[in-house]
Design a protein around this ligand. Sequence first.
Ligand code: SF4
Length: 162
Amino acid sequence: MKSKKLKIGWFSFTCCEDSTMVWIELMNENFFKWKDMIDIRHARVLKKRNKLSGIDVAFVEGAITTEQDAKKLRTIRKNSKKLVMIGSCAINGMPAAQRNTFNDELKKEIEFLIIRFKQTPNVRSVKDIVPVDDEVQGCPMDESAFLAVLNKYIKEFGVSSA
Ligand code: SF4
């Protein structure tokens, strides 16, 4: 009988992508354990052909700075049974959202960039845009907290290892 795998997606919005690096290191360490348990359907950092459908758990890193990204995040939400915010930028916007705290003078100085890159007036967190199921705190994410969330969903979705 074919074993059931947890279908996951890994998505990065505006951020430094350090949690992605932590995740890749964890994959290096856990590859043989996870290869029969996890089906990576969408992770642009790992592969060119990605499927944004039928995802069990979407892991989302970074803050949302454009309407285009907000739209993409809504599409991810629509195609994922669970959505987990990864790291501080996704959870509360910071530090990616520093410009939200700028005074009027600084805001004026960066206005041309906001216009050029079609940015929204304020940087938003993931939970400002879509409902979420979980979060992994840290900047970058805390490894053991990530493993706890992953193991929770491996169990919840009835994944078997072989
Ligand atoms: S939470 Fe920290 S590590 Fe993660 S993307 Fe933001 S700045 Fe980078």
